[in-house]
Each structure stands twice: as structure tokens, then as C-alpha cells.
Write a protein that binds this ligand. Structure first.
Ligand code: ADP
Ligand code: MG
Length: 173
């Protein structure tokens, strides 16, 4: 298999952490659309949102998604990349899509424990635990819809990587 692999899921689900470990295990490249955007614009996510609004950010995110997609590459997407039907169709057609699924409480706990990883402006201005419940309610169907593989993201990164490899191999039979 040489198809690109897209990691989707909410902020804190482990798209970056697990995506990097998966890339190492497969001997693939790893790219993160958020990091790619920061490098190409010289702006943080918060700065792009402040200047161009969420709509401007989403357009840049769609462009970044296409720009980084290549064979033998694991692509960690932004939590909201699935909001765009165009992004969903693109990812499903271009490669294998992995949904890292975790309950809102787990996501909120991780983001509170590692605030540096939560540099993105909050979407609603509400406490993080409440926001995660709302974000998941709004997006769960989209994550499920786009995913070829749905994984329990509460396991350890090593366990998740092993489970993804089993799921990818099962799909390839
Ligand atoms: P995302 O890229 O989906 O926003 P990250 O990979 O940045 O998520 O992970 C968010 C935080 O949660 C990080 O501090 C990371 O170390 C931690 N984390 C990620 N995956 C796991 C996991 N499977 N178990 C425990 N902690 C995790
Ligand atoms: Mg990330």
C-alpha cells in the first residue's frame, strides 16, 4: 500500500502524536496541515483566524490538504477539516482515512493537561469540556462518514498504531 493516510478527529484526539508514530512504523513521511500552513504563511492559526476569519482559515486549510497529499505520507489534518464536503470527498478518494475517536472528557482532559497543544482559539468561547461536547455532537457524523477506519483513541499511541496497521491490512485483503 502506498496511498496517503489521513488522520481525522477532534483537537486532542492524537492526530499528530499517533500520525507521527504511524508514519515511523510504516516508513512513511509525516505532515501536519496546521504546521504546513504556519510554515507557508508565517502565521499561527490564531493569527490567520484573526486576520481572515474562520472562512479564510478553512480555505487555506483546504489548499494545504491538497498540497501535502502524496504517496507514502501520513497527513494529520485540523480538527475541523471534515466540515468541508470537498475536503471529505478529496480525502476519501485520495487515500485511507483514519478517525481517532475519543470521548469529550478525554479530549478536554488532554487539552487542559497540555495547554501548549491547544494554541488554537476556542470555537465558542466556552469552557473546554463543554466546547468538546458541542464540537463532537456537531462533527461525529462527519468523522464517521469520511472514515474508512474508526479507532479507539483512548488506548496508548503504540496500541493505536498497531490497531491501525491491522485495520489497514484487513482492508487491503
Ligand atoms: P491532535 O493533533 O489530534 O490535536 P495531539 O497529537 O497533539 O492531538 O495530542 C494532544 C495531546 O494529547 C498531546 O499532549 C499528546 O501527548 C496527548 N495524546 C495524544 N494521543 C494520546 C494517547 N493515545 N494517549 C495519551 N495521550 C495522548
Ligand atoms: Mg495536531
Amino acid at each position: 500500500m502506498t496511498q496517503p493516510i489521513f488522520m481525522v478527529g477532534a483537537r486532542g484526539a492524537g492526530k499528530t502524536t499517533v500520525g507521527k508514530a504511524l508514519a515511523r512504523a510504516l516508513g512513511y513521511q509525516f505532515t501536519d496541515t496546521d504546521v504546513f500552513m504556519q510554515q507557508t504563511t508565517g502565521l499561527s492559526v490564531a493569527e490567520v483566524v484573526a486576520r481572515e476569519g474562520w472562512a479564510g482559515f478553512r480555505q487555506r486549510e483546504s489548499d494545504a490538504l491538497k498540497a501535502v497529499t502524496a504517496p507514502r505520507t501520513v497527513v494529520a489534518t485540523g480538527g475541523g477539516a471534515v466540515l468541508s464536503a470537498e475536503n471529505r470527498a478529496f480525502m476519501r478518494a485520495a487515500g485511507q482515512v483514519i478517525y481517532l475517536r475519543a470521548p469529550a472528557g478525554t479530549l478536554a482532559h488532554r487539552l487542559e493537561e497540555y495547554p501548549l497543544d491547544a494554541q488554537r482559539p476556542t470555537l465558542t468561547g466556552k469552557p473546554i469540556a463543554e466546547e468538546m461536547v458541542e464540537v463532537l455532537a456537531a462533527r461525529e457524523a462527519l468523522y464517521q462518514d469520511v472514515a474508512h477506519h474508526v479507532l479507539d483513541a483512548t488506548a496508548s499511541p503504540e496500541e493505536i498504531v498497531a490497531a491501525i496497521q491491522r485495520s489497514l491490512n484487513a482492508g487491503a485483503l
